[in-house]
Design a protein around this ligand. Structure first.
Ligand SMILES: C[S@@+](CC[C@H](N)C(=O)[O-])C[C@H]1O[C@@H](n2cnc3c(N)ncnc32)[C@H](O)[C@@H]1O
Length: 399
């Protein structure tokens, strides 16, 4: 497979879960398995409405100023897309902000779609643009999992996209129109394969979605409620590649073992996890953890859910934070030992201990030797082995 570390993973086909990625050699804790640039990325409509994020690289304007801000500029044609630098503006003109996108964005601000539909419309604009500027990448998008069905919301965004295409055709060239069924299937591909690009807001300790992205190779990671890898992104890092996805091992993985991530915070309870996977991903999870938790009563699910929250208590705020976060996360597991709650140690080791964070901890990439320092994929905090051992003592759970 393609990607920076392509030799570490190989794609295979599994009978009950479709395409999957397995370790093609033994992998080390913290190892970077994949670093990949997006096939396409698009801004969340709420974020975009604030006009403080670069349309091309998604970095924020940290000092918004109505009189103009250093290297920041707006597209003078659509007056919708902001760019953080002349370099981003120039790169966008042949990739993410072509004349078609520019026209479509100027129509988008005039339409009455709600924010959710505007976000979907931004995805469709980016997908249509991809079909024009990079047919090969568009083919990759089309090959991803997901077949959708048409509903009223899809009719609305389809109508918008058709208008945008027609408007551009009048001025320019003959462009193919897309059927509503085709649009529904593209939206399903986004739902099943898209990743949120978010930033951690230290004051609220919540994540704020800034943009979404789809990656050709990372789309082949299946889900597990006790994953052996997790995803990092560094969208504010300087230089190119800030929207790359990085997948790292949580622990050593033997050759031939499937590498899975979690599609949402791992401290979600059984019913929430099953509901999300059924409704948005179209499958029933039969992982080891689910097989155990399906045998729990509602009370047990509630109690154990409480036990494995950050402080031994699952606050409503924390639950809400997790619901608002389309990331793989973890939680700690005080629990009652390995007997009735065998995955408690997973949460002890891989949940960020910071209150309300809910992020997953993975070791820093090994440099010669494995690192014992864990990094949180949500708040970015580091935890040393000494801190971990102290936490275990406090929780009185044997490692
Ligand atoms: C991001 S794609 C993963 C790659 C996918 N298997 C494929 O063939 O392209 C997500 C889809 O994979 C399938 N999938 C992922 N994890 C699964 C699991 N644990 N059990 C069954 N199906 C799974 C579901 O169809 C889901 O909608």
């Amino acid at each position: 497979m393609a990607g920076a570390n392509s030799f570490l993973l190989k794609q295979t086909q599994l009978p009950t879960r479709g395409r999957a990625l397995v370790a093609s050699q033994s992998l080390e804790a913290g190892q970077v398995l994949l670093q990949e640039a997006p096939l396409l990325a698009y801004l969340d409509a709420h974020t975009a409405s604030a006009n403080t994020v670069c349309f091309h690289c998604t970095r924020p304007d940290l000092n918004p100023n109505p009189n103009g801000n250093g290297s920041w500029s707006f597209c003078t044609t659509c007056q919708v897309a902001a760019f953080c630098s002349p370099q981003c503006a120039a790169a966008a003109s042949t990739s993410t902000h072509t004349p078609f996108v520019c026209r479509a964005l100027s129509l988008l601000v005039l339409c009455t779609l709600d924010f959710d539909s505007q976000t979907q419309a931004r995805y469709l604009i980016a997908a249509y643009n991809l079909a024009v500027v990079s047919p090969h990448c568009f083919e990759q998008l089309l090959s991803l999992e997901g077949e959708g069905s048409v509903n009223d919301k899809i009719h609305l965004v389809h109508t918008f996209l058709s208008e945008a295409i027609r408007s551009w055709q009048l001025e320019c060239q003959e462009l193919p129109s897309w059927s509503v069924e085709f649009v529904a299937s593209l939206i399903a591909k986004d739902q099943r394969n898209g990743f949120g690009l978010s930033t951690f807001v230290p004051d609220t300790r919540l994540r704020k979605i800034r943009a979404y992205a789809i990656y050709a190779q990372a789309s082949f990671f299946n889900h597990d409620c006790l994953p052996n890898a997790c995803r990092f992104d560094y969208i504010d890092k300087p230089g190119v590649g800030n929207t790359d996805i990085i997948i790292r091992c949580l622990h050593d993985i033997a050759e031939g073992v499937e590498v899975c991530i979690s599609y949402f915070p791992v401290n979600w309870r059984f019913a929430e996890r099953q509901g999300k996977l059924r409704e948005e991903y179209g499958f029933e999870c039969r992982c080891d953890r689910c097989k155990i938790e399906e045998g729990w009563s509602d009370e047990e699910n509630g109690e154990k859910g409480d036990e494995i929250s950050v402080d031994g208590e699952a606050s409503e705020e924390e639950d809400e934070a997790m619901k608002n976060t389309d990331e793989e996360e973890g939680m700690d597991g005080e629990g009652d030992g390995q007997g009735s709650f065998p995955h408690a140690m997973f949460f002890m080791r891989y949940l960020c201990p910071r209150e309300s964070c809910g992020g997953t901890l993975a070791p820093l990439p090994p440099h010669g030797v494995s690192s014992s320092v864990m990094e949180c994929n949500v708040c970015g905090e580091l935890r040393s082995e000494e801190d971990f051992l102290q936490e275990i003592q406090e929780h009185k759970v044997s490692p």
